[in-house]
Design a protein around this ligand. Structure first.
Ligand SMILES: CCCCCCCC(=O)SCCNC(=O)CCNC(=O)[C@H](O)C(C)(C)COP(=O)(O)OP(=O)(O)OC[C@H]1O[C@@H](n2cnc3c(N)ncnc32)[C@H](O)[C@@H]1OP(=O)(O)O
Length: 203
């Protein structure tokens, strides 16, 4: 049975605000200049929201400590972080003791070729997912090499499955593979070399 890999910490109101920001980003990209909305007024309203947030935000050093509390999966990262509006976010489940997966559908903010996912976004999703698979398997590290093969374009607006599996651990060298599939076919495959080393968590 799939195991949900969410962080031990939850903050539903923060996640709801990040979801709202994702909607705003998506709607802005979708609108562009083809809108009857008063974009100057919208810019004023969005800046007012940012003013409120900035006025109440903690010092960055304090927030960094908060971001890195606990030892499990993070909530702030740009791939799976529910509190980071640039994350889709992916929601991981464990497939087995060394394999994880997430299903996501990406929209216009992540576009590269027409109606397709940007190759750099695919690389981001895979790098992070390989890293999380390592954490799940029990030995993790930093990306030293990431080799990607783009087999076919990765569609927007369709469910994508992002999978990663830790293949081997040899001393400090961790080898991990992954792929993004759509409709059962492989769009992007990845091979990563990770070195078991971690910058200290801010405390
Ligand atoms: C849960 C969260 C998941 C997050 C996943 C996200 C992943 C990331 O984004 S990590 C950020 C991106 N990566 C980085 O910034 C890494 C930057 N690089 C570094 O910090 C270092 O070069 C690092 C850690 C990779 C290796 O440094 P260091 O610990 O000094 O390794 P070092 O002692 O030189 O080498 C150890 C072994 O690895 C090998 N190695 C190191 N780097 C590489 C490389 N790029 N390619 C091939 N082999 C390498 C060495 O040859 C050596 O092998 P051997 O033991 O056989 O001689």
């Amino acid at each position: 049975m799939a195991i949900d890999l969410r962080s031990e910490f939850q903050a539903p109101a923060v996640d709801a605000a990040a979801d709202a920001a994702r909607r705003v980003i998506d709607a802005l990209v979708r609108s562009g200049g083809m809108t009857d909305a008063d974009m100057s007024a919208i810019a004023d309203r969005l800046n007012a929201v940012a003013d409120d947030l900035e006025a109440a935000a903690p010092p960055v050093a304090d927030r960094l400590v908060d971001m890195w509390r606990g030892d499990g999966i993070t909530r702030h990262d740009p791939v799976a972080g529910p509190e980071n509006p640039i994350a889709p976010p992916l929601e991981y489940s464990a497939v087995d003791s060394r394999t994880i997966e997430a299903v996501t559908t990406l929209g216009l903010p992540y576009q590269g070729p027409p109606s397709c996912v940007h190759g750099g976004v695919s690389a981001l999703l895979l790098d992070h997912t390989l890293g999380v698979a390592n954490g799940w398997a029990g030995v993790s590290g930093m990306t030293a090499e990431l080799t990607l093969r783009y087999h076919r374009t990765t569609p927007l607006f369709e469910p994508l499955t992002v999978t990663a599996r830790q293949v081997s651990v040899d001393g400090r060298k961790i080898r991990t593979t992954g792929e993004i599939t759509a409709g059962g076919g492989t769009c992007v495959s990845a091979e990563g070399l990770f070195i078991a080393k971690h910058p200290p968590r801010p405390r």
